[in-house]
Design a protein around this ligand. Structure first.
Ligand code: TA6
Length: 289
């Protein structure tokens, strides 16, 4: 179904993807491309103009409702990880979102999705919300904005992340720069809090760290390539790679997948967001190749 109905609309279509789940494909005028499943509003591919794939997607990923897609950019809300009573990483990454339109502004093409609370979600988390995802591509940039509105008359608190899987050529020649000196929770060491003493983070084994009050920008260096990862609205940055041992026991990862990605996540974990009735919160992550 090609919905290129008006001049100001970008080139996009929604067709059955893996598992017959609806998948939106978007192209910007300069040739950047994006793929998003409406299930979870889950971005699975971003190829900047004249560039290569920057997101990792597991070849062992399931594409069935109820199971998160493995890779790409899972939207984590209203709970990060197991820090609360909800299922791991909350609710919306396994909910069907709705397509809410496409725009074209110069060379930037954008699409928008939303999901609201349901009877089933309210049984798990007794709050009314509307989550929107606005995704823009053009040139060498991918921008992802998450907006959360409290649509009821009671305040609620949430944690959240854009759980971005970034493709790398070789994890042993990869590092992340920009987090020196920060306090972090080391989840690979039982959750103990530490302070980052190194100028860069390397990946000799499992790395699973939440850096609190992290700077707006970090740099992923992958051999001779680098990628700027920028955030706004989110306060923390999560860095995750499972290492060989943990990777081997994750059912929707292939045994050597740990060598192919690093998760750099814009997150709000340390200080959960308190959202008043009717209030709206924004968080964004921008990748600059
Ligand atoms: O963001 C890192 C993390 O919390 C890790 O602990 C690991 O569990 C990862 O998320 C993936 O979680 P998932 O539920 O998608 O397997």
């Amino acid at each position: 179904m090609n919905m290129n109905a008006h001049a100001q609309q970008p080139d996009f279509s929604i067709t059955p993807g893996s598992g017959d789940l609806p998948r939106l494909t978007l192209a910007s005028p300069d040739g950047a491309r994006l793929e998003v499943y409406l299930y979870g509003a889950h971005i699975v591919s971003w190829i900047p103009a004249g560039g290569k794939e920057h997101l990792f997607l597991s070849r062992a990923s399931q594409f069935i409702m109820g199971t998160p897609i493995r890779g790409g950019i899972p939207v984590i809300f209203p709970q990060f990880g197991t820090y609360g009573p909800l299922p791991m990483h909350g609710l919306v990454r396994v909910m069907p979102w709705e397509f809410a339109g496409a725009d074209l502004l110069g060379d930037r093409a954008s699409v928008k999705f939303f999901v609201s609370d349901t009877e089933a979600s309210r049984l798990q988390w007794p709050h009314a919300f509307r989550a929107e995802l606005i995704v823009s591509i053009g040139g060498r940039q991918l921008e992802v904005i998450l907006a959360v509105t409290n649509t009821a008359d009671e305040p609620f608190t949430f944690t959240s992340s854009l759980h971005t899987y970034l493709q790398v050529s070789d994890i042993h020649q990869t590092c992340v720069k920009g987090l020196a000196g920060l306090r972090y929770r080391d989840s690979a060491a039982g959750g103990v809090e530490k302070r980052e003493e190194n100028a860069q983070i390397d990946f000799p084994g499992e790395v699973n760290r939440t850096y609190f009050n992290a700077p707006a920008e970090v740099l992923l260096v992958d051999m001779d390539r680098s990628l700027v990862v920028r955030k706004a609205g989110f306060t923390d940055t999560v860095i995750w790679n499972p290492g060989a041992e943990k990777c081997a026991v994750v059912p929707d990862l292939e045994p050597d997948d740990f060598q192919k990605y690093v998760c750099i996540e814009a997150a709000t974990i340390g200080e959960p967001v308190q959202l008043a009735p009717g209030a709206r919160w924004f968080g964004s992550q921008t990748l600059l190749a």
